[in-house]
Design a protein around this ligand. Structure first.
Ligand code: SF4
Ligand code: SF4
Length: 74
């Protein structure tokens, strides 16, 4: 089983809590504003994510989710 981290760009208010708590330095704030006018978080280094879910627990706007994805390899 694999895991997919998703950040809901429209919920994010750019508080950067997730950026600061990520132990792997995966996240960063975008240089572009989202529809609400905030510089939203994105995965700058998704390959380093260990899916620990700390960012999901910290986000006050519940903008980050981790879902299981079925491996497609036969
Ligand atoms: S799941 Fe963990 S490693 Fe991945 S972005 Fe969130 S805090 Fe960082
Ligand atoms: S903690 Fe949530 S609201 Fe704050 S920057 Fe991260 S995703 Fe956006």
């Amino acid at each position: 089983m694999s895991y997919q981290l998703t950040i809901d760009n429209e919920r994010c208010k750019g508080c950067a809590l997730c950026v600061s708590v990520c132990p792997k330095k995966v996240l960063a704030l975008s240089e572009d504003v989202n529809p609400k006018g905030y510089f939203s978080a994105f995965q700058a280094h998704p390959e380093d994510c260990n899916h620990c879910a700390i960012c999901c627990m910290m986000c006050p706007d519940v903008a980050i989710s981790i879902t299981e994805t079925a491996d497609t390899a036969a």
